[in-house]
Design a protein around this ligand. Structure first.
Ligand code: PLP
Length: 395
């Protein structure tokens, strides 16, 4: 018998698997090129060439027992130092290797910091719509996810809604900008306003409230959008970063946490997070990937490819009469469902071989998400299909 707590997760993952299998089934019947699958955030842009060259060089030139061995649970010291210096150069911060903990992607990092901070019954605030896995990660540690409802139609954070929901049990706020699923980027003004609210409430309540900045999409921004570095605006900020999207390495499971000196209870947080990395069973982040990302610290994928997809998809869908939020970052487009029940709309789109994710998966029913990390031909092929769906709805 499996644990009762797992039953709903298993059901949830079979829904995702069913969608995946449906895509495969349609591809078999109609050919892969005639199925327009916007359901997965799996990058279609190749990792930078430097990455492959680095991996090969590491394997050829480094001592195998070093490359494949255990290291400090926080990661290789020189890798952490390279990342710290890189961040300092970009953001004018003062990090050292002691502020960096290498993790198994963003998901690993989030689990490490939640294990570090959360006691059962503690609350984590999040703005809807949000990456659905946060709910499972919170539950892993008995914490409660408290959702600030979506602020329509801009999807910028609802600051009043945030303030109203802060209690003495609030331990953290997860911020995800650029955002999955909306592609929205939070401005400096918004970040300052959030910091002011958290400072005021923490002082009133005599508590510490951490911001957990989940930033796997930091570099994927368009039209010159600026993503403020949160540690500069709020002292209790932990940044979770991942190379899954910026270097197209989601299968390699590599990222890091930034734990600034200014954090409340800094020394203990660092020790606990390093221990959490071990006792959650990660032990350490993958060794070859740690060494490889440090060697190509300035490399990134070609975001012009995503930008071209973004422009064509946004313009194309808008011209067909769909109401879209123009994404400023990440590789997702969030669109209002023309039908009140967005799952019904997803079904209609699927009949035209276009696969979308219902907004209810992100605590935002009435909307759908399109992941445009797909080939340009997929975008071009999907638009006439979406025209047919709109015609059916209007008929
Ligand atoms: N956070 C957000 C907002 C994401 O969209 C994702 C993945 O899609 C993750 C975290 C997990 O990323 P990783 O593959 O680095 O664990």
């Amino acid at each position: 018998m499996i644990a009762k707590s797992m039953e709903s997760y298993v059901k949830g993952s079979s829904v995702i698997r069913a969608m995946f299998e449906e895509g495969a089934r349609l591809a078999k019947i109609y050919g892969r090129e005639n199925v327009y699958d916007f359901s997965l955030g799996n990058p279609n842009v190749a990792p930078p060439k430097e990455l492959k060259d680095s991996v090969i060089d590491i394997l050829e030139s480094e001592e195998p027992t070093f490359v494949h061995g255990y290291m400090n649970n926080a990661g290789y010291e020189d890798v952490r130092n390279t990342i710290a210096q890189h961040l300092n150069k970009l953001h004018g911060t003062q990090f050292t290797d002691k502020n960096i903990l290498m993790t198994v992607g963003a998901a690993g990092g989030l689990n490490v910091i939640l294990k570090t901070l959360m006691d059962p019954g503690d609350q984590i605030l999040v703005f809807a719509p949000y990456f659905g896995e946060y709910r499972s990660y919170a539950a892993n540690y008995g914490a409660e996810l408290v959702v600030v409802p979506p602020n329509l139609p801009t999807f910028q954070p609802d600051l009043k809604g945030l303030e109203q929901r802060i209690t003495e049990k609030t331990k953290a706020l997860i911020l995800n900008s650029p955002n999955n699923p909306t592609g929205v980027v939070y401005s400096e003004e918004t970040i300052k306003a959030i910091a002011a609210i958290l400072n005021k409430k923490a002082q009133e309540l005599g508590t510490d409230i951490y911001i957990i900045a989940d930033e796997p999409y930091r570099e994927l921004v368009y039209d010159g959008a600026v993503v403020p570095y949160l540690t500069k605006y709020y002292k209790n900020t932990v940044v979770g970063y991942s190379y899954s999207k910026s270097m197209s390495l989601p299968g390699e499971r590599i990222g890091y946490l930034v734990l600034p000196d200014e954090l409340a209870d800094f020394e203990n947080v660092v020790s606990a997070a390093t221990t959490a990395n071990r006792i959650l069973g990660f032990v350490n982040a993958p060794s070859i990937m740690q060494l490889a990302v440090a060697r190509c610290i300035n490399a990134s994928v070609d975001i012009n490819i995503y930008n071209k997809n973004r422009e064509t998809l946004y313009q194309g869908l808008s011209d067909l009469g769909y109401e879209c939020t123009k994404p400023e970052g990440a590789f997702y487009l969030f669109m209002k469902s023309p039908l009140a029940d967005e799952t019904e709309f997803c079904q209609m789109a699927k009949e035209q071989r276009v696969l979308l994710v219902p907004g209810s998966s992100f605590a935002c029913p009435g909307y759908v998400r399109l992941a445009y990390c797909v080939s340009y031909d997929t975008i071009l092929g999907a638009l006439p299909q979406m025209e047919k769906v709109m015609a059916q709805i209007k008929a």
